[in-house]
Design a protein around this ligand. Structure first.
Ligand SMILES: Nc1ncnc2c1ncn2[C@@H]1O[C@H](COP(=O)(O)OP(=O)(O)O)[C@@H](O)[C@H]1O
Ligand SMILES: [Mg+2]
Length: 328
């Protein structure tokens, strides 16, 4: 049996990864979260529920290393943004394989300015500049988008109508100015092998979004969306799973918005459409054979809440409360 630890058990991505891996007869699944009320903890048997520190805590990785040793974990899945860079930075010390992209990939995707620069030679990217005096002075076509270089959950994203509006935002190189893309928006869930060869790219609409997570949408077969997402994967050296967000320009060409280098909260749709990315990511981590390519079904999803009832005494007692918003 392969022993797998999944962190972020309270989030939609964590629950989706847990449900996927629990279907594999060859895997023993441990679920972890910083919050004892995290729903996904209760998907696994009582003896396989674990508490971890918040990803921002300086001793978070040490805590994971200790869990890996105590539980003889073979593979660690993290579904929490803030946990990924510290885990990837110390992946050789974990004592288990980390099923996540490389630190280099994480760093380029977490900075939307670096990402646009990296991808511009290879695919359609919106014109992007730092929000400095030079950037502001460029000959922009309005409206433009101003957003944080390192942001999530649409926080701080502004549509700026004209030059006066742009000049009213103080120069700040933690912000970028970006060409406005007026077209339809898609999320493409991408899975790439160890050489960044894309095995599956599943575009889907984000028709209804709640707290940054797509809760209703449909998969879309579109060659341009799939090939653009594959070009992004090559540009960032992706190995494993990422969520590539694209939006069409005025001519209808898909252009890059951003990459979330982790499992998205909308993963159940991609899995149900035939591409079980957590299971594939486990095979990649274990060095098992992977298919050359995988297609997906045309499928739509809606989502509802479901209550699960447990013995109050079974609720793990943690010092920490829940996470912030996700994006996927
Ligand atoms: N260049 C752009 N053109 C049009 N809309 C944009 C642009 N950049 C961002 N947006 C809108 O803002 C949302 C959030 O931006 P995004 O780049 O995905 O950052 P994050 O999700 O990390 O906050 C996007 O889903 C999109 O709707
Ligand atoms: Mg986004």
């Amino acid at each position: 049996m392969t022993r797998v630890l999944v962190t972020g058990a309270g989030g939609p991505a964590g629950v989706a990864v847990l449900r996927s891996l629990l279907r594999r007869p060859d895997v023993t699944v441990f679920a972890a979260d910083m919050d004892g009320w995290a729903s996904g903890l209760y998907l696994v048997p009582a003896g396989q529920r674990r508490l971890v520190e918040p990803g921002r805590s300086p001793s978070f990785v040490d805590g994971v290393v200790a869990l890996v040793a105590a539980d003889s974990i073979d593979v660690v899945f993290s579904t929490v943004d803030v946990e990924l860079p510290p885990l990837a930075a110390r992946r050789d010390e974990l004592g288990a394989v980390l099923a996540a992209p490389s630190l280099e990939t994480l760093e380029v995707t977490l900075d939307k300015f670096l990402l646009a620069e990296r991808c511009a030679p290879l695919l359609r990217t919106p014109e992007t500049a730092l929000h400095t005096e030079d950037g502001i002075a460029r000959d922009w076509e309005f409206p433009v988008i101003v957003k944080p270089r390192r942001g999530a959950g649409s926080r701080g994203v502004r549509v700026v109508a004209d030059r006066a509006g742009l000049q009213s935002i103080p120069a700040d190189d933690a912000l970028i100015i970006q060409e406005f893309l007026p077209g339809d928006e898609y999320s493409v869930d991408v899975f790439a092998d160890a050489r960044s060869h894309v095995i599956a790219a599943v575009p889907r609409t984000r028709t209804r979004v709640d707290s940054g997570v797509s809760i209703a949408g449909r998969t879309v077969h579109d060659e341009a969306l799939q090939s653009t997402a594959a070009a992004v994967a090559a540009a960032i050296g992706l190995s494993g799973v990422a969520n590539v967000q694209l939006r069409r320009d005025r001519a209808g060409i898909p252009a890059l918005l951003e990459v979330n280098p982790r499992f998205p909260g909308a993963l159940p749709l991609t899995i149900a459409a035939g591409v079980d990315m957590p299971s594939l990511a486990l095979d990649l981590a274990l060095g098992a054979d992977l298919p050359e390519s995988l297609d997906f079904a045309d499928l739509a999803n809606v989502r509802y809440l479901e209550d699960v009832f447990i013995d109050p005494a079974a609720v793990l007692v943690s010092e920490y409360a829940a996470h912030g918003d996700e994006d996927g």
